[in-house]
Design a protein around this ligand. Sequence first.
Ligand code: HAM
Length: 416
Amino acid sequence: MITKQKGTYDIYGDLAKKRAYVDEILATLCEKYNYGYIETPVFEASELFHRSVGEATDMVQKETYDFKDRGERNITLRPEGTAGVVRWFLENKLYGNLTDPVKVFYNMKMYRYERPQNGRNREFTQWGFECFGSDDVMSDAEVISLAYNAYRLLGLDDVTIKINSLGDTESRTAYREALLEYFKPHIDSLCEDCKERIHKNPLRILDCKVDGHLDIMKNAPKTIDYLNDQSKKRFERLQELLDLMDIKYALDTKLVRGLDYYNHIVFEVVLNDSYALGGGGRYNGLVETLGGPSVPGVGFAMGYDRTLLALEENGVTIPINDSIDVYLLYVSESEKETASYLTQELRLNGFITETDILGKSLKGQFKSVDRYNAKYLIVLNDEKLVNNEIVIKDNKTKEEETIKLNDLIDYLDMHM
Ligand code: HAM
């Protein structure tokens, strides 16, 4: 038997219904913030992700699905959404007429070759959004507020936003130097990957999965101490705005995020101190890194699958419809014909409708009525149909009414 790949799962039944419900909440919220929907291709040139996410990151070193296509092109399955959206922004030259910010959101599958465990998959979904064109701290606050409100609307009221600032280029360079100096004497005690990271990007040592627990990590220099005045002021201003917006946040001076493109604000959403339910930040240099002009950007991505798990673990129930509106039962060939056009009419008028398509006995059809949890059932009957009448029964109260066939839609509209 061919089974599904490790770290992937099928989406069907109740899970599919739950996701549809969550999708709608998130999409409606994005509309309120005036973000438009975007979907980028699942595969892109490897260079796009390698250059933007950063060659020294775990993601590029160990997790991307890289392969050559039949035309010998280097291809990567999208491990995250930001790079593809920046590619779209550049390819369509949207930087040319930036009178207003460009704001988009996505709900896309991502692919990372990670060790699968609870909340960590190889194929997973991110709901994310990106905002281009504003370097104002108001746009940082807007993005954080959108992320925060999404979790709250879904029912996760207790999430906290962990925030930190990596500062501007000058601050980041100073911090990088400090890290280099700090880690140099400890180099022999670090893992092989970190020995490479110290030269490529010492920041990456801080989120090493092997050495992360060591004391030298805990005592490492903190970003906040290397922010220049401007970056510090900016970070303070953001916190004032978050206070005004009543957003629950906590400073985490160790937060550096696992991708290279960030500067200034970085943030993660956590609940009960477990893994991140989402993360984001500002990436002012990324458009330039990918060959465009200097355009500021900021964004966020929710770990959709993890968020769904968190809802379940925290007892938040997602309302799912496990009933149908109408079941039509029939016996004779002419009743069957009536069933076929009536189901069509009912469905087109918005009612979830079922009828037998297996050739079941009337008894079997009644069993289906119960299994489908139908709100109403109609047992079609030739004798009634001659007079254009049907008997409709409320499956809960068991009350029956004879009505004109032509009045069926109005009847259901009134009663449901
Ligand atoms: P990220 O932190 O790599 O950021 O991913 C965002 C979220 O995706 C994580 O916080 C986590 O909840 C979820 N996630 C990551 N890996 C997995 C996995 N293997 N299985 C399940 N969930 C996972 C980014 O991807 C950035 N592009 C976010 C961003 C948008 N920054 C600015 N704009």
